[in-house]
Design a protein around this ligand. Structure first.
Ligand SMILES: NC(=O)c1ccc[n+]([C@@H]2O[C@H](COP(=O)([O-])OP(=O)(O)OC[C@H]3O[C@@H](n4cnc5c(N)ncnc54)[C@H](O)[C@@H]3O)[C@@H](O)[C@H]2O)c1
Length: 383
């Protein structure tokens, strides 16, 4: 054996979904990954849609290969989204796969992966509040990009200016923007809309989000009674009565806004409906609603769906956001690649993969290992 050869190989998969433009490792981090003792193989064209050429990778010392060679040589495969089933079924025992695999959305996925005896790790399970996990927090890094892009999408669809402009033809009033849900994406949407000059208001059901909203120079929408204490940073699902009260309060509160961006999520559940039909009907003609939470399970806005834009009878544009991070592929890939690199730094010990399930970060991330589904209770599927 050539003793100078790195003992472990990481393989960067080209994303298969046509609308997915991100790449799991960017040329920027290849040197850092190599410094961990890993050889970096990149599937040809993997970075193309994120605006990284094959030449950008070879310049860092990474090796370009076809998919087949990548799959057969890599000890660790890295991807953004779950690869297709044939790829996952072809994983070898002990081969590792890292990505945002969403095992919670596909009940059979974890069992299928366990059968391969591969080690699979998905960022959705990261214990995000641990400070040493923060460099690996892909949910946060991607939500940040989504919030930024949502404000741009809204500004683009809105027929007016976001800022107040004083021109020879007179003064225009700034757009009034409401952001519902002030987690990572919501706060970035607030900050971005503020930078564009809009008059911004934020709202979240978690009482402690108020301070975050105010610290960005936005106003906080006070809905009176509906407020919950957070559970580990997340909102708990509201009861049916609380949800009805919240919807009614929002119907009354949101009618004066030009733009609404909704970002509310409850982990493992379908997103709460915050903008029912009645509220949409009370918005002015030309108003724009962007629903970041739009998912196949439903979204925050009545009737919204991913990648679907509708204009209501009353002239309100409702944009069900699709994959927003993919629409800012360079920034999203840069951040994600740093998250992946940090995780590789945790996994690689003395030139080998070390999957210590006593480590609470890895215990959260690992979906399957050694033929066993880890924490099956977390994979109940979104309700
Ligand atoms: N390192 C860390 O400590 C760390 C890391 C990530 C996130 N967090 C915190 O966790 C919190 C949530 O993070 P997220 O952005 O991933 O959350 P998320 O994407 O799950 O939800 C987005 C927001 O929607 C809100 N929401 C849920 N139901 C709602 C409802 N019915 N009405 C109004 N708002 C509702 C949530 O409170 C949350 O703020 C934030 O406070 C965030 O700062 C902390």
């Amino acid at each position: 054996m050539d003793r100078d050869r790195p003992s472990l190989v990481v393989g960067v998969l080209r994303e298969q979904a046509p609308a997915e433009r991100r790449v799991a490792l960017t040329p920027e981090v290849v040197g850092r990954v190599q410094a961990l003792g890993l050889e970096v193989l990149v599937e040809r064209g993997a970075g193309e849609r994120a605006m990284y050429s094959d030449g950008d990778y070879t310049a860092t010392g990474a090796l370009l290969v076809a998919r087949e060679e990548l799959l057969s040589r890599a000890d660790v495969l890295v991807s953004v989204r779950a690869p297709d089933r044939p790829t996952m079924l072809a994983l070898r025992p002990r081969q590792a796969l890292i990505g945002m695999l969403r095992p919670d959305l596909d009940l059979e996925l974890a069992a299928t992966l366990a059968d391969t005896k591969a080690t699979t790790l998905s960022f959705e399970g990261l214990p995000r509040t641990l400070s040493r996990a923060q460099s690996m927090d892909a949910l946060t890094s991607q939500a940040n990009v989504a919030g930024y892009k949502a404000a741009l999408v809204a500004a683009d669809a809105y027929g007016g200016f976001f800022p107040m402009l004083m021109t020879a033809a007179g003064t225009t009033r700034p757009a009034s923007v409401l952001v519902l849900g002030a987690g990572v994406a919501g706060l970035q949407a607030i900050a971005t809309a503020k930078r564009l000059g809009a008059r911004v208001t934020g709202y979240d059901v978690r009482a402690e989000a108020r301070g975050d909203v105010l610290s960005l120079g936005a106003a906080f929408l006070d809905l009176g009674g509906v407020s919950v204490a957070s559970e580990g940073g997340y909102a708990r699902p509201l009861t049916a009565e609380e949800s009805a009260a919240q919807q009614q309060a929002l119907v009354d509160a949101i009618s004066g806004f030009d733009v609404i961006i909704t970002t509310a999520q409850v982990p493992g559940r379908r997103p709460p409906v915050l903008v029912p039909r009645e509220a949409l009907d009370r918005l002015g003609t030309g108003s724009v609603v962007v629903d970041i939470a739009a998912s196949p399970l439903g979204g925050n806005v009545d009737g919204s769906a991913p990648d679907v834009t509708i204009v209501t009878d009353r002239g309100v544009t409702v944009i069900g956001a699709g994959n927003l991070p993919s629409q800012v592929p360079r920034a999203a890939s840069t951040a994600y690649a740093r998250n992946v690199t940090a995780l590789l730094g945790l996994l690689v010990r003395d030139g080998a993969l070390s999957v210590d399930l006593q480590d609470e970060v890895l215990a959260g991330l690992v979906v399957t290992h050694d033929g066993v589904v880890n924490r099956p209770e977390t994979l109940g599927g979104s309700r």
